[in-house]
Design a protein around this ligand. Sequence first.
Ligand SMILES: CC1=C(CCC(=O)O)c2cc3nc(cc4[nH]c(cc5[nH]c(cc1n2)c(C)c5CCC(=O)O)c(CCC(=O)O)c4C)C(CCC(=O)O)=C3C
Ligand SMILES: [Fe+2]
Length: 410
Amino acid sequence: MTRSTKQASAAGERRETKPPQAAAARFAPGARVASATPAAVAGPAHVEQPMAYDAILLSGFGGPEGPEDVMPFLRNVTRGRGIPDERLEDVAHHYHAFGGVSPINEQNRELRSALESALQTAGIRIPVYWGNRNWAPYLDDVLAQAAADGVRRMLAIPTSAYSSYSSCRQYREDWADALESAELQEVMQIDKVRQFFSHPGFVQPFVDGLRAAIQAAEAEGHERSRMEVLFSTHSIPTADARLSGAGLFDGVEGGAYAAQHLAVAERVMAEAAPGVAWQLVYQSRSGSPSTPWLEPDINDAIEALEHRSAVLVVPIGFVSDHLEVLWDLDHEARETAERVGLQMHRVPTPGTDPAFVAALVDLVQERVVGRPVGRRRNTTGIGPWFDVCRPGCCAKGGASPRPAIAGLVP
Ligand SMILES: CC1=C(CCC(=O)O)c2cc3nc(cc4[nH]c(cc5[nH]c(cc1n2)c(C)c5CCC(=O)O)c(CCC(=O)O)c4C)C(CCC(=O)O)=C3C
Ligand SMILES: [Fe+2]
């Protein structure tokens, strides 16, 4: 499909209207397996059967690759969600500050090729396809290509570690859409790896980065007692947060989304900086000001740190140094820190860190061999998370669910 027809259909009735339940049953290949065990509904549900996948589907967010891509990209991202125009203009300005090119696509190309080589080395000789949710290469084109190459069973990896509508369910819905739009529902099966926030190979780069940042701050003469670590992630509407992870963390403010981030932050602190003050903060809020989103915003948090001399920012919500990291942290948050007289160090995201690439290989391996839950790698108090999402998992607050793959059907 050409880019222009793709944008037209994305702006139009790309969201199809099939009865969610019937469609979801077709789109949930894992459901047969997991729902066979009644315990699967009450407790952790995992697909433990070995599965011979033909290929991996690395799925990114997507980003513009030139100034003329910026507005069409932003319309793709926000289709049907009532983001005010001023907000789009505002965000367009962030992209234009980088010549209209988001680094995210190049980062995902690098991750794709690193993952493919690491899989080969591990003896898993299958190709890694890369497809985006919001920009070329679009998922449906990539699936059509994979099908033409003979691929029938794919294991999907989202470039997103946690549970929430934007970081889990929306990927699952977009895969289902892409199967439908490529007319592959009857032909191709897509499963997904578990949300991988708790995998040690995802956590390790943050540990290494925070250790280095603390050393750098100490070398500048800052004392640990005057440092504060801010773990930063994307804010989401509180209504989405409550529904993240199918209400398993109902009692926790921010639901499973916040609970998972807190668990990762605790782990990183225990390994890299025991005793240093820290908190979880949120960035990149959008939407209407009257809709509640998770707080505190990182800039407000920095402004409240008068009693500190250095702030160490750890972007645990993201897998690569894409635009929301480069703009919202390295530009905006840094400006706030300078204004209030704090030294700021920003820790890198995992990117293509060998520990992270090895983690992705391990996530594939555990599914290929059908590794039991008890032997899966997990370094936080929460997890390992589900291979097959529970009914209602990560629903969008206030919206009716669209068909999605890799979920249990109620
Ligand atoms: C949880 C989460 C992640 C992390 C998980 C993941 O990585 O998937 C994430 C990542 C990203 N978000 C990104 C960009 C954008 N996100 C937007 C809007 C939104 N994000 C949301 C949430 C998240 N977003 C939400 C609840 C909205 C509101 C509207 C909506 O429900 O969609 C908008 C629209 C304008 C605006 O409102 O800011 C843009 C342009 C980029 C690309 C950066 C680049 O180009 O380098 C990346 C990696
Ligand atoms: Fe976003």
